[in-house]
Write a protein that binds this ligand. Sequence first.
Ligand SMILES: [Ca+2]
Length: 242
Amino acid sequence: MYVDTEQKFRHVSQLPHLHVLSRPSQRPLWCICALKGSSAHQVSHCSQQNHRNLLQKHFSSLSLLESSFKMSRIIVYSQDGFGGQSAEFNHDVRDKQEKGFNDPIASIKVIGKPWVAYYDKDFAGWMRMFEQGEYAMLEDRGRFSSFKMVTADLANPEIKLFEHSNYGGRSVTLFNESNFPGINFNDEASSHIVKGGVWVLYEHTNRRGAQLIAFPGDRIPSYGPYHFNDAISCVRPLLPMQ
Ligand SMILES: [Ca+2]
């Protein structure tokens, strides 16, 4: 997609699946590539017409991605089994009470992109990942206050975990879901660096217990503030939707 003014560019650049590649000099044009599935279709350096042709080829998939982004939403309910009061959100919620939802949240439905739910407002405190699906009974019933849609690129997941804080001691680099007893790293991790993807870090093996969510580019020098030191027993990356 080409956009011809900076104002329009600012609007488009807020869409998470668009990445600016280059701005051809002397031309008021921005060259942007679309992410299709897990792979980025990069536009090679060539003439303007070739850019246009390449981008037009991907325009339909881009439109689909954009509509899937717009359709993504979370629906929260005040009772188990999707009963009672409900509210639907398609943008991040810093504080559910601010949005007029004062009841405790007992069940959740997610459509489209995953969401992270936080115990405290402003995306703070304990957190839990909710991927597309229906959650009729919540382990954390009544605890959630804020919600953030996961818009980060899920392609090429890679996380490096360290035995000590400040990225010290032994380390392990992971690309797939792993239970830590199997890789001799159980209850040892104290810091991490995320090279790619969105990761869920679990207190217990087999995706159980408390969670810590890690985003691309994250550098967490210490798990102390998250009460997660020497506690992680399992990690998994989110997978792109098919
Ligand atoms: Ca440690």
